[in-house]
Design a protein around this ligand. Structure first.
Ligand SMILES: CSC[C@H]1O[C@H](OP(=O)(O)O)[C@H](O)[C@@H]1O
Ligand code: ADE
Length: 292
């Protein structure tokens, strides 16, 4: 029987999760360095959970400096089967009010100062990002959040900006014209790297502000993000417990979208041209496809 091992990446305001039995912390190191913090492991019912606070405890790491590759590699090495990110974000549309949740299913990546692939010289891969979010996990997470009282919006486009400064008014208006729904600084390259690691990924965005485009509202600041997070992070934590409890009685079947085996269609470097050192480094991420 295949079981669920849920990786939870907590964003701004979410530095712990609730309800873990057998809670323990593990300091780990990967071929891409140390992850943002110790992995917090435990169990809810029959579901294993591995929690990682993206910015580290105490929020020490900027969105640019988050060790995205080490985080995903550490979760993969820990046996995680699926990743749920919980992130604070700004609303780019009237319909998403602070305090509400958006299960985003598309991204526009405007980040430019981050390592975005595990692969590279000696082993090149091109995974599909046409559907970057796992519809199964996203739907289950949205159901769980709704069940604990969150106002949920299903689907939406998340604009990933570099930061750490918030957007100018001109940028905020431009992203609205592009049809984006929410804005944040971290889902990219996280979702891309999860895909390369064959891990289905979903994101629950907690709306904390209206960025700066809405004339009748003051522009986003850390103060108002933290205030809204303070009021709503308990809901996000309850949603994680609810999700794990709902999955506890079920067997995990392969991801219907094929993410579990997506590298079968992505590796392009000819076997004779592959760099043995690169292949060694990639074992934890791509061993299934490389050795198969
Ligand atoms: C504290 S406001 C800006 C900060 O909040 C979001 O973080 P996360 O996505 O990790 O929840 C946003 O992306 C910025 O990093
Ligand atoms: N308006 C905003 N822009 C970018 N990241 C955010 N995180 C929370 N609110 C945000």
């Amino acid at each position: 029987m295949s079981k669920w091992t849920l990786g939870i990446i907590g964003g701004s305001g979410l530095y712990e999760i609730d309800g873990l039995e057998d809670r323990r912390e593990e300091q780990v190191e990967t071929a891409w360095g140390k992850p943002s913090d110790a992995l917090v492991r435990g169990r809810i019912g029959k579901v294993e959970l591995v929690f990682l606070p993206r910015h580290g405890k105490g929020h020490r790491i900027t969105p640019t400096d988050v060790p995205y590759r080490a985080n995903i590699a550490a979760l993969k090495a820990a046996g995680v089967t699926d990743i749920l990110s919980i992130s604070a974000c700004g609303s780019l549309q009237e319909v998403y009010a602070p305090g509400e949740f958006v299960a985003a299913d598309q991204f526009i990546d405007r980040t430019f100062a981050r390592d975005k692939t595990f692969f590279g010289a000696g082993m090149v891969a091109h995974v599909s990002m046409a559907e970057p979010v796992c519809p199964r996990l996203s739907g289950l997470a949205a159901d769980a959040a709704e069940a604990v009282g969150a106002k949920m919006h299903r689907g939406g486009t998340y604009l990933a900006m570099e930061g750490p400064q918030f957007s100018s008014l001109a940028e905020s208006k431009l992203y609205r014209q592009w049809g984006c729904d929410v804005i944040g600084m971290t889902a990219m390259p996280e979702a891309k790297l999860a895909r390369e690691a064959e891990l289905p990924y979903a994101i629950l965005c907690m709306v904390t502000d209206y960025d700066c485009w809405r004339a009748e509202t003051e522009a986003v600041s850390v103060t108002n993000v933290l205030e809204i997070m303070g009021q709503n992070s308990a809901l996000a934590r309850k949603a994680v417990v609810e999700l794990a409890e709902r999955l506890s009685g079920t067997e995990r079947t392969p991801d219907p979208n094929g993410t579990d085996t997506c590298l079968d269609y992505a590796l392009i470097t000819a076997p004779s041209a592959r760099d043995p050192e690169m292949l060694d480094r990639l074992q934890v991420i791509a061993g299934r496809a490389l050795n198969g």
